[in-house]
Design a protein around this ligand. Structure first.
Ligand SMILES: *Cc1c(COP(=O)(O)O)cnc(C)c1O
Length: 391
């Protein structure tokens, strides 16, 4: 099994010169590698048991990223009306059936607009059936169910269980069927998304089993949407999600449920490894035994380490070929103690002006950035495929 050894063999090692050139033009800067985006999309499209995949736009909504995935034939999963409108603005001719709307606590107007756009719509509570029956009348809907157990890399991303705000509880299914019938809505799909950053291959087949059991109450169900959550290795010791094994368990499920389509909504898996954050060193200081390397940006561009304790590999790209003899905390300039991108990292001795690379930053990076301290977050660029060297 391949392991994500601190970016050994990572795309950015081969594109170092191009990345340094980009960082001279603009910094701090997120860079997304087109070839990696295409490869990840091809891997998802290659899942034989999955009928349709919708990219979860919230992970990274850069238009250049979306364009690659549109090209690859993926649909788009949106959790808000502004996300749907973003897709519409960039791809006015995208058919509505390539849009899937899966919001949580969205206002009535957003559902109305999503249906006008021709998107697939998922309800994650019974409130719409109960209080907007006129809006739901005659619609095909998905219901988001809460399978009761959450999964994922951090409690904040486990999106199931009684304490989570997502989904319809299993004991409300009879009410759901009755209310749907009463307002004339047809439940054509069931959905569950249990969490994010899952690297065990059986998780989606288990979701499929759970949903197919619930589907006995809804005779019109023909689609099971198994959510996203496909994880990528974060720490060097972590193994990759075995996609072939995911596919095998889902094929097995389909053999016993031939009438059901399976859909997926991966976000992180498609973009995480394709993205890096480039930032210059602004100051180096030591306090006692502790050395701090300060970058020009921090949690205002990438909040994952502060929010989830997420681990991102960090290298000094300018001195990539030099031995890592320094141990330092890599920090940003934001006035918060939590503004640490990496603790006790082994690095090449670093100086003001060096370009640092924070890897695995393509998912939930720039989209979660802020203007805190009025420091602008990093810009974004897509790095196109390398030109072949002249003969
Ligand atoms: C966030 C989200 C996803 C994508 O999650 P990843 O972990 O990035 O794959 C998919 N579906 C829903 C409903 C989501 O909220």
């Amino acid at each position: 099994m391949t392991r994500g050894r601190s970016g050994a063999g990572a795309w950015w090692r081969h594109r170092r010169e191009d990345l340094l050139a980009l960082a001279r033009q603009e910094h701090p800067l997120y860079v997304y590698d087109a070839a990696s985006l295409d490869a990840a999309a091809a891997a998802v499209r290659g899942l034989a048991a999955v009928d349709r995949s919708f990219y979860a736009v919230k992970a990274n909504c850069h238009p250049g990223v979306l364009a690659r995935f549109r090209q690859a034939g993926l649909g788009f999963e949106c959790v808000s009306l502004p996300e749907l409108e973003h897709l519409r603005a960039h791809f006015p001719d995208l058919p509505g059936e390539r849009l899937l709307f899966t919001p949580n606590f969205a206002p009535r107007e957003e559902y109305a607009r999503a249906w006008e756009m021709g998107a697939w719509v998922t309800l994650d509570s019974l409130h719409p059936f109960r209080t907007w029956p006129d809006l739901c009348a005659g619609r095909e809907v998905f219901l988001r169910l809460d399978p009761g157990i959450g999964r994922g890399h951090h409690p904040h991303v486990r999106t199931a269980g009684a304490q989570s705000k997502f989904g319809i509880a299993p004991d409300e299914l009879d009410d759901a069927a009755r209310l749907a019938a009463a307002c004339g809505a047809r439940v054509v799909g069931l959905h569950a998304h249990t969490g994010s950053g899952i690297r065990t291959s059986e998780a989606w087949a288990e979701t499929a089993e759970f949903l197919s059991a619930a589907a006995t109450r809804f005779p019109g169900v023909r689609i099971l949407d198994l959510g996203g959550g496909l994880g990528v290795p974060e720490r060097p010791s972590q193994s990759r999600l075995d996609l072939a094994a995911v596919d095998a368990t889902l094929r097995h499920f389909k053999e016993s449920h031939p009438g059901l389509e399976l859909w997926l909504e991966p976000g992180r898996f498609l973009v995480a490894a394709a993205g890096v954050l480039l930032a210059r060193v602004v100051q180096v200081k030591s306090k006692g035994d502790v050395i701090f390397v300060g970058l020009e940006t921090g949690m205002n561009s990438l909040i994952r380490p502060a929010l989830y304790g997420a681990y991102h590999p960090i290298v000094n790209l300018t001195r990539l070929d030099q031995p890592a003899t320094l141990t330092a905390h890599v920090v940003g300039p934001i006035c918060e103690t939590g503004d640490i991108l990496g603790r006790s990292r082994r690095l090449a001795p670093s100086e003001e002006g060096d370009v640092f690379l924070i890897a695995n930053a393509g998912a939930y990076g720039r989209v979660m950035s802020s203007w805190y301290n009025l420091r602008p977050p990093a810009g974004e660029r897509v790095l196109e495929a390398a030109l072949s060297p002249p003969l």
